[in-house]
Design a protein around this ligand. Structure first.
Ligand SMILES: C[C@H](CCC(=O)NCCS(=O)(=O)O)[C@H]1CC[C@H]2[C@@H]3[C@H](O)C[C@@H]4C[C@H](O)CC[C@]4(C)[C@H]3C[C@H](O)[C@]12C
Length: 326
């Protein structure tokens, strides 16, 4: 399971929890402006393009991003969408992009959600595997700029593009059903609820937080969608970078998966939050925490020479470091 969100204070922040039972040696990867981007079915981009920062699989021959942001602040994350995704055959009337090329293609070329929406009308997500060892994954995507977000789902009959007014995404079911399910929670609130149930009986307010009763606490994707919507829409922080980034990680922590709580029968493992990320999309700073390291680490794309042509990578810090005060 995974969860992605947007948060805006003085700056705009985009990030996700990456929940899974398998790691592909994730790393922070910067694709500089002159890195030649190769594509299977369209012309390579060999001229200068937007630089990109994100997390990719630990394969240095191609930017296999899970989530990323470009230097214009456009961001994208791929989340599992098993059972619903259906990538299509080659279509000679469209631009055929493979799903693993989708993030680098969009982020190297576009700077706003509106531009992407227009481009998507001509894109076919073609079913070509990266390799025999790394076949296609069934994903759906959230694409965001500082103003708006969309969700892209490649279904049996069409490439569906939804406006995503809350700027959040988890996994199954399709996005319109996730949004519909929110109707069931119209009563929840961050305030103490009034007693509309047994008016003649003094129902006691024995605890703070009772307005949130009914918000699901389990780790299923529909429940995380509701919990994330609740936490995000009630989130408070000041405008500073420290407070905003700190609050963003607290938002993601509300849907974090602790190791041991979600058993996957095959391959006999547990799914857990391998990393959480928060990108300041205005400044190109990629903040992240890992399951093994709860400190916030950061890589600033603008501290690198972005005019080069070689991928730049940083391994994820995954070991706890205690801050002794005596
Ligand atoms: C599994 C990941 C999504 C995490 C997620 O949503 N988990 C929830 C699982 S579930 O709903 O609860 O089943 C996805 C996100 C990005 C994917 C990776 C990227 O697409 C990059 C390459 C693409 C290759 O085709 C396959 C390997 C791969 C390295 C992918 C492996 C895997 O499918 C990843 C890592």
């Amino acid at each position: 399971m995974c969860s992605a969100a947007n948060y805006t204070t003085k700056n705009h922040y985009f990030g996700r929890n990456f929940d899974y039972e398998i790691s592909y040696n994730e790393q922070v990867m910067i694709t500089p402006r002159n890195y030649p981007l190769k594509f299977r079915k369209i012309n390579d981009i060999t001229t200068t393009h937007y630089a990109i920062i994100g997390i990719s699989a630990g394969i240095n021959e191609y930017p296999l991003y899970y989530d990323a942001t470009n230097e214009k602040g456009l961001s994208m994350a791929g989340l599992n969408f098993a059972g619903y995704t259906k990538y299509h055959e080659y279509d000679s009337n469209k631009l055929n992009i493979t799903p693993f090329e989708f993030i680098p293609y969009i982020l190297s070329k576009y700077e706003s959600v509106d531009d992407v929406k227009e481009a998507l009308e001509n894109i076919n997500l073609v079913n070509i595997n990266y390799s025999d060892k790394l076949p296609l994954s069934p994903l759906h995507w959230i694409i965001s700029d500082s103003e708006s977000s969309i969700t892209v789902e490649c279904l049996k009959d069409e490439l569906k593009v939804y406006d995503n007014p809350l700027g959040i995404l988890t996994n199954n079911p399709p996005f319109d059903l996730q949004m519909f399910n929110l109707n069931n929670y119209r009563r929840v609130s961050n305030k103490t609820p009034s007693n509309d149930f047994l008016k003649d009986y003094n129902l006691d307010v024995y605890s703070r937080g009772m307005g949130g009763m009914g918000i699901p606490g389990d780790l299923s994707s529909m429940s995380r969608f509701v919990k994330l919507a609740f936490t995000l829409t009630n989130s408070l922080s000041d405008d500073s970078e420290e407070s905003s980034v700190n609050q963003f990680f607290h938002i993601l922590a509300s849907v974090e998966q602790q190791n041991g709580c979600t058993f996957i029968e095959s391959p006999d493992k547990y799914e857990y939050t391998i990393y959480s990320s928060c990108v300041n999309t205005s400044c190109g700073i990629y903040y992240y925490r890992t399951y093994g390291n709860s400190q916030i680490n950061a890589v600033n794309m603008h501290n690198e020479n972005l005019d080069t042509d070689k991928l730049i990578t940083y391994p994820l810090v995954n070991k706890e470091k205690f801050n002794f005060q005596n």
